[in-house]
Design a protein around this ligand. Structure first.
Ligand SMILES: CC(C)(COP(=O)(O)OP(=O)(O)OC[C@H]1O[C@@H](n2cnc3c(N)ncnc32)[C@H](O)[C@@H]1OP(=O)(O)O)[C@@H](O)C(=O)NCCC(=O)NCCS
Length: 205
């Protein structure tokens, strides 16, 4: 059966990692990418940057599915803008899961979220929409990750902790169990967070 076409929204480094996961998952045919105006016509491996954001509505006739492949450090603003625009135009935003990730049958994962190679999403964990659960991140039992978060490579979010919407957790950081992180928070890389973090705050150790 022919695979449905999928377009990637964002053509930087994170898009390269997304391409690998999407190819390994094998459910979609990658039609190409959407990037900045000066990236149009360039390639990312086998795939072309077909258009810039402004042309997005014209791609719907060739392509029903889209995923946000822009990276996120500090602010979730651009990923949220692209996600909302894609939904408004009428694209479907699938959940993409690496075949090398483990997702508990009791976990739930929202639309437009990508779970990358080696990640573990354990029992009763909830991941909302438009999130990145990056390579080898662990989301432990009963933990919650709300919309538009980036949980970077090698992060451990321990049991029953909550990461508020739009937050970023830097590479390799450890979040103690039962911790609540507010919305739009930033946790730098390589840190251990043992206390709650308010909305809009930055934890740099
Ligand atoms: C948190 C982060 C986004 C802050 O970036 P920023 O706002 O540009 O801040 P700066 O890098 O200028 O750092 C400000 C200060 O905090 C310190 N700092 C920043 N991140 C830190 C960290 N993770 N641990 C300890 N100190 C840190 C810096 O050394 C600097 O200190 P100084 O003023 O004494 O020199 C960035 O440092 C970071 O951790 N990025 C994550 C990278 C990552 O995980 N990438 C992988 C994606 S998959």
């Amino acid at each position: 059966m022919k695979k449905p076409n999928l377009i990637l929204l964002g053509a930087g480094g994170h898009a390269q990692a997304c391409i690998d996961v999407i190819e390994q998952e094998g459910k979609f045919n990658i039609a190409g990418l959407v990037g900045l105006p000066d990236e149009v016509g360039t390639s990312r491996g086998k795939y072309q940057v077909l258009a810039s954001d402004d042309d997005l509505p014209n791609l719907l006739s060739q392509c029903q599915f889209a995923i946000v492949s822009l990276g996120q450090i500090n602010s979730p603003k651009n990923r949220i803008r692209l996600y909302e625009r894609a939904v408004e135009i009428g694209f479907k935003l699938p959940t993409i899961i690496s075949p090398r990730a483990y997702i508990s049958p009791s976990a739930t994962i929202g639309a437009g979220t990508i779970v990358m190679h080696g990640a573990i999403v354990n029992a009763n964990a909830t991941i909302a929409s438009n999130c990145i659960i990056n390579t080898r991140a662990v989301i432990e039992h009963d933990a919650k990750v709300l919309d538009n978060c980036h949980i970077s490579t090698g992060v451990i979010v321990n049991g029953n902790s909550k990461v508020g919407a739009g937050s970023f957790i830097g590479s390799g950081s450890l979040i103690k169990e039962d911790i609540s992180i507010g919305k739009n928070a930033v946790v730098g890389m390589g840190l251990t967070l043992r206390h709650n973090l308010p909305d809009d705050s930055k934890f740099l150790g």
